[in-house]
Design a protein around this ligand. Structure first.
Ligand SMILES: C[S@@+](CC[C@H](N)C(=O)[O-])C[C@H]1O[C@@H](n2cnc3c(N)ncnc32)[C@H](O)[C@@H]1O
Length: 279
């Protein structure tokens, strides 16, 4: 019988620090058993005799593969269709018509949306549908594109398949299901190509000092991601979002998150929706 490898407090601290430094995720003091449970199999499968040895491998692995496995295990990818659905209505009914009333936006060829921390893709495809519907309602034939990014390669590979369990898709509105999804087998739906082809999935760490984007976005969705970051990291990310948003652009965050109402970079519009300030 093999004895179970246990995680000491000192080992936990080191791993938690690494996760914070590389990915911004603040594990705090209460996640010891979660980290131990999620990583034990990785440690054993890798043939490491202790978490300490595994940690040394993490910091010495130049390929980045060990860190990929780590973040796939540690990050929380919970997402679902219909999450905070009023954001999509607001996008269609207020944000898109508002943008269209500005001269600068009307000169654009494309509505550009960034879905930052897209997890397994439900939010990005819903955004693609909402953008299409919003532009159609405004009777505008403008192209649009969604850049959907996440740190988790495992989540992104699910997203790229665009195939979801029927019971999950059914949380979205029925008219949209009829128009934009096709049934696949008895219990799955696939997102139709016209919606799918507007979404580009890419792996991107939000902790990067700079983002490699040429063009500015009109809308950024970064919902239920900053909740895992500490105040300092959130502030830094907010400044980067400001830099990559076009004048008058919008930032959507999760309802349990806040930028604070006196944020110099963003004007509060309604819960979890902010407009870029011209600072
Ligand atoms: C809880 S999910 C939220 C998904 C979706 N935005 C929603 O609201 O349903 C959080 C996502 O943030 C991603 N994430 C966490 N830290 C990240 C980082 N440093 N860079 C990029 N993505 C990150 C996770 O991989 C995860 O998929």
């Amino acid at each position: 019988m093999t004895s179970e490898i246990s995680l000491s407090h000192a080992e936990y601290k080191k791993i938690a620090r690494l996760v914070y430094d590389r990915f911004g995720i603040h594990l705090g003091d209460k996640k010891e058993s979660l980290v131990s449970n999620r990583l034990r199999k990785v440690v054993q499968a890798g043939g490491f005799s202790s978490f300490e040895k595994y940690y040394n491998h993490l910091i010495n692995d130049r390929s980045g593969k060990a860190l990929d496995v780590l973040i796939n295990k540690i990050s929380t990818n919970l997402t679902f269709f219909g999450r905070e659905a009023e954001h999509f209505s607001y996008l269609m009914e207020t944000v898109i018509p508002g943008l269209l009333s500005t001269d600068t936006f009307r000169r654009e060829k494309k509505l550009r949306i960034w879905c930052a921390g897209c997890s397994t893709g439900e939010e990005a495809y819903t955004l693609s549908i909402a953008a299409r519907e919003g532009l159609a309602r405004a009777h505008v034939e403008m192209d649009y594109g969604i850049l959907a990014t996440d740190i988790s390669g495992r989540a992104l590979s699910v997203a790229e398949k665009a195939l979801y369990k029927a019971e999950n898709v059914e949380k979205t509105n029925t008219a949209w299901i009829r128009k934009y999804y096709s049934k696949e087998g008895a219990d799955h739906y696939r997102v139709k190509d016209e919606i799918r082809e507007k979404v580009l999935f890419r792996r991107l760490n939000l902790m990067r000092p700079d983002f490699p984007f040429k063009n500015k976005f009109h809308v950024i969705f970064c919902r239920n991601v900053m909740i895992y970051f500490d105040q300092k990291t959130r502030k830094q990310l907010t400044v980067k979002f400001h830099k990559h948003l076009a004048d008058g652009g919008f930032l959507f965050i999760g309802h349990s998150e806040s930028l604070g109402r006196d944020n110099a970079y963003f004007e509060y519009m309604k819960p979890a929706v902010y407009k870029r300030s011209a600072v």
